[in-house]
Design a protein around this ligand. Structure first.
Ligand code: ZN
Length: 332
């Protein structure tokens, strides 16, 4: 039988544990990021990563708020946290999904927590669909109907049992096969977007702005920046943030690299920042010391199942373990 006193004791002990890891690391500001929060089955995301329901997300938030003070990104970049001993947190959400407006923003508003939402310009108003979301929709179709698995196997010329793993491996250069495969499986992505809007509309994004949230670019169509040359990277970052400036009157130029910033050459990162194409750039490599406040690595909160506290403890532990090897740094 569990001693109830142990339960009572272990809670503050666990809390102290993270707090001491934070001070030991010297990384007092965290940048957790999510995509979506929902209690619905979302076929376009379900087969890609686990997402939290509103109750779980609120628990995450409350736990983080007990330790970290929520900050606005602009205040952080202005240096308000620099000389502070306090622990800070800047939340962000990638891909501009409809639930950001319906579920996430209202909850953040209620708690007075600022956040930044990174948007794919061409998908705003559901004018297009990220190929990975297409993949998940097709996997959902195949898994719910054995006849469809057979049809997909025939189309892909592979054994039926390999269909799901083959779909999971579809990469940007092979994404063109998804539309014809969808036609074979009777899936119409246009209809899907109409019946179940995946992304926020322009009006909803204007709401976010009027509620005080920040927005930033995430590339026009979630392309992989690691395979682009210098000119293309700079052009696409510039277009993504300028489009938001024109459509939503955004004065800042924040950009989060789709997938990650890994593979984007250091000199190009430097050039983007120095020429002020971007006011701040974001990756997804977890807690890293990049040597500048304007190149920020964030913590993926949905890549493993677990509470926010579990994810953060693991992140800090990794960071501290890598310090002696110098692998806690991500210079550019
Ligand atoms: Zn993304």
């Amino acid at each position: 039988m569990t001693d109830p006193r142990r339960k009572i004791l272990s809670a503050p002990a666990r809390l102290t544990h993270l707090e001491s890891m934070v001070s030991l690391s010297g990384q007092r500001t965290i940048f957790p990021f999510y995509h979506v929060v929902s209690d619905q089955h979302l076929p376009h995301i379900f087969h890609l990563y686990g997402y939290k329901n509103p109750a779980e997300f609120e628990k995450d938030l409350d736990a983080m708020l007990r330790i970290f003070e929520p900050l606005r990104l602009e205040d952080y970049l202005d240096g308000v946290a620099k000389n502070s001993r306090r622990r800070g947190m800047i939340l962000s959400f990638d891909d501009g999904l409809a639930e950001c407006h319906r579920v996430i923003a209202p909850l953040l508003k209620k708690k007075g927590v600022p956040a930044v939402f990174f948007l794919n310009n061409r998908f705003i108003d559901n004018r297009g669909l990220f190929f990975r979301y297409k993949t998940s929709i097709l996997i959902d179709r195949v898994m719910s109907d054995p006849e469809m698995a057979g049809k997909a196997a025939e189309f892909l010329v592979i054994p039926e049992k390999q269909v799901v793993s083959a779909l999971k491996m579809v990469d940007p250069p092979r994404q063109d096969l998804l539309d014809p495969l969808a036609a074979v499986l009777g899936v119409d992505f246009q209809n899907y977007l109409k019946n179940q809007p995946v992304y926020m509309t322009s009006e909803q994004i204007k709401d976010l702005r009027s509620w005080g949230f920040g927005i930033g670019g995430h590339g026009r169509d979630h392309a992989d920046f690691s395979i682009m040359n210098r000119d293309e990277i700079i052009r696409q970052v510039r277009e993504s943030v300028e489009d938001l400036r024109e459509r939503f009157g955004v004065k800042t130029a924040w950009f989060s690299f789709p997938f990650s910033s890994a593979g984007v050459p250091g000199p190009v990162i430097r050039e983007l920042l120095e020429a002020n194409v971007a006011g701040a750039l974001f990756g997804t490599a977890g807690i890293k010391n990049t040597g500048t406040m304007r190149f920020i690595q964030r913590i993926p909160m949905e890549s493993v199942r677990g509470t926010a506290m579990e994810v953060l403890k693991t992140e800090y532990l990794y960071y501290l373990l890598k310090v002696p090897l110098g692998r806690n740094r991500l210079r550019y």
